[in-house]
Design a protein around this ligand. Structure first.
Ligand code: GCB
Length: 612
């Protein structure tokens, strides 16, 4: 009977696509949540590398080259070979290779790699200590787009997806003393990748976020989560990993205001539930209270800083801690810091960008587009008090009818949710951006929405939808609407197309009266420093006037619950090749690539100030 129920649920989830995946299947086998606080070694710093233009490390053409030279180099124990006086010449010899600083995209590292799109092998040597019964893991926060990981000549793992973390166990392959880690990074996207080859942002291939060697006891806490329920109770879960995972007592402490003990089941899992302590202060943008939370079990301790708040929808309003809130936000790409961005978000860079939103724009919300941003950014959003929209790059179009692609999307979504579900700042999981309506696409998104609801019923689901225009009336004609808690639309009237700016305030929105609506994007390009009294496109004056008129239009949408105009900062995009105005940059930033404020920045800041 249970099996039958499961099968029915799977069918509902995936409709005719037939692939069987449920939320539980999608739990990454290993999470190592909070590993930055664990006993670990940061492998940031100089790595050597070798380009592999013919992809020989991953290819065996018709068995002619049984093992390519790259593969031989990668799989050999170089140190042992040299010690016994063996081969010392390798064509892909990374001991002598050029050096790159990791984390960071290769595009910014060397001029010749600016537009390199393909495979690069990286090597890092490091010393490890003896494990003495403990275990060791490599945890990568992000590798764009595919990673092939080898330790001391042995393949230890691979991963697809450029923005989510993955961990591999290396207890067997690791040596006390020197180790050689080789990672093949393949930036090539295709029609079955997520996203596909064409987006409106730069490729940024490489090991773009930190890599750590993490040490744990033989049984350890792989993941632990707590949140505040809408009924006022605190709930959560703990997952242990290891031979002693079953039947363990887990002691949980929330600051000095609450503590509770639970016992794990046969799968090493325990549910947590307790009444919210009377002293509990709710997290909000105005008062982003975080508690030091500690989970202790089997000689292991996992720490996190967690905020407690509720998020809900009531008619057309979004309620934070039971009170209506208007989301005063902006969209942001991650990599855009400094004139030669390398998609390496240091805490300082992230703080600077979020600070612009919070303190200068008077915002309380950020759309982290179009993929999961770094853990650093999410933790800072918690700390600084910014609400977050999070999304995975199911962008424009993917191979909707392909079950393998759906599985990738669901896995990516699960990796994101498991990574960030302790972040109070995250209130919205988005399941797509501007995907043209069709039956297979709607089925795909519906499966994603069902997946999100199963993984995390405490947050709201949205998607940035396309709209239809008939004369001056805009409609959302999209069956996906039924699956969403919050409707969101991208609208570019006054920029793309022929609308006159003066007509924007008069545009009408035919949207459901009892659902909250967010303007997830609106924007216009401006080249910083280009002024034109005639208010020509690409001038700062045009962008500022566009904002004034679009905000006047927004004021007349009765169900509007927030907005995240496009975009905080100019960002690189290879499809933006106008030789004078763009030069490879999308110029819709309120800030230029060097951080200069354009006129529209003040227009939005003034608007948010009076809305605050
Ligand atoms: C959009 C996309 C965003 C683009 C933007 C633009 O609707 O969601 O990724 O960069 O428009 O500038 O056209």
């Amino acid at each position: 009977m249970k099996k039958f129920a499961l099968a029915v649920f799977t069918f509902i989830l995936l409709g005719s696509q037939g692939a069987a995946c449920l939320a539980d299947d999608l739990r990454p086998p290993l999470l190592l949540t909070g590993s930055h606080q664990r006993d670990s070694q940061d492998l940031s710093g100089p790595w050597t590398y070798s380009r592999d233009l013919y992809r020989t490390g991953l290819t065996d053409i018709n068995g002619w080259v049984a093992k390519s030279r790259m593969q031989r180099y990668r799989d050999i124990d170089v140190a042992a070979e040299e010690a016994k006086g063996g081969a010392t010449f390798f064509e892909f010899d990374m001991d002598r290779g050029p050096v790159m600083t990791i984390p960071g995209a290769w595009n910014a590292a060397q001029p010749e790699l600016r537009y390199y799109d393909g495979l690069i092998w990286f090597q890092r040597k490091f010393n490890a200590r003896e494990l003495r019964g403990g275990r060791a893991f490599l945890r990568f926060e992000a590798v764009n787009y595919r990673a092939h990981v080898y330790l001391n000549g042995k393949e230890v793992g691979k991963h697809e997806g450029g923005f989510t973390p993955f961990a591999v166990e290396v207890s067997e392959a690791l040596r006390a003393g020197e180790n050689r880690l080789v990672v093949g990074v393949d930036s090539q996207h295709d029609a079955q990748s997520i996203p596909t080859q064409i987006t409106d942002w730069d490729l940024y291939g490489g090991i773009t976020r930190p890599v750590r060697l993490v040490y744990t006891p033989s049984t350890f806490i792989d993941d632990a989560m707590l949140h505040l329920n809408r009924d006022g109770s605190i709930a959560g879960s703990v997952q242990l990993n290891g031979p002693g995972a079953a039947g363990q007592q887990v002691a949980i402490r929330i600051g000095d205001i609450a503590s509770v003990n639970v016992t794990t089941d046969a799968q090493g899992r325990a549910a947590v539930s307790l009444p919210a302590p009377r002293k509990l202060q709710r997290w909000s943008p105005d008062s982003p209270t975080l508690y030091d939370v500690q989970f202790a079990a089997a000689g292991d301790t996992l720490r996190d800083r967690i905020g407690f708040r509720t998020i809900a929808v009531d008619g057309s309003r979004i309620l934070l801690n039971g009170k209506p809130i208007f989301l005063r936000g902006v969209s942001m790409h991650e990599e855009e810091f400094g004139p030669n961005p390398a998609r390496n978000m240091s805490e300082q860079a992230s703080r600077a960008l979020l600070g612009e939103i919070k303190h200068k724009l008077h915002g309380n919300y950020v759309r982290l587009s179009h993929y999961p941003h770094s853990e650093t950014t999410l933790r800072l959003a918690d700390e600084m008090g910014l609400l977050v929209w999070s999304e995975i790059p199911v962008y424009w179009t993917v191979d909707w009818d392909n079950p393998a692609v759906l599985r990738k999307a669901l896995a990516m979504q699960a990796e994101t949710i498991y990574r960030d579900r302790n972040r109070a700042s995250v209130i919205l999981w988005s399941v797509g951006n501007e995907t043209p309506v069709s039956a297979p696409r709607t089925r795909f998104h519906a499966a994603m929405a069902a997946n999100v609801r199963a993984l995390d019923p405490t947050r709201l689901i949205s998607a940035a939808l396309l709209v239809e225009r008939d004369k001056d009336v805009t409609t959302i004609n999209d069956p996906l609407l039924e699956q969403l808690d919050v409707l969101a639309v991208n609208t570019y009237a006054g920029w793309y197309g022929d609308d006159r700016l003066a007509d924007l305030p008069g545009l009408k929105w035919n949207v459901p009266a009892n659902r909250p609506l967010i303007l997830s994007e609106f924007g216009a390009d401006a080249l910083a420093g280009y002024h034109d009294a005639g208010v020509k496109k690409f001038s700062e004056e045009y962008q500022a006037a566009y904002y004034r008129n679009t905000l006047a239009m927004a004021d007349r949408i009765a169900t509007l619950a927030g907005m995240s105009p496009w975009v905080l900062k100019d960002f690189r995009s290879p499809r933006r090749e106008h030789p004078l105005l763009q030069n490879g940059w999308n110029r819709k930033g309120l800030l230029s690539e060097t951080g200069a404020r354009k006129q529209a920045f003040d227009v939005l800041a003034d608007y948010y100030k009076q809305k605050n």
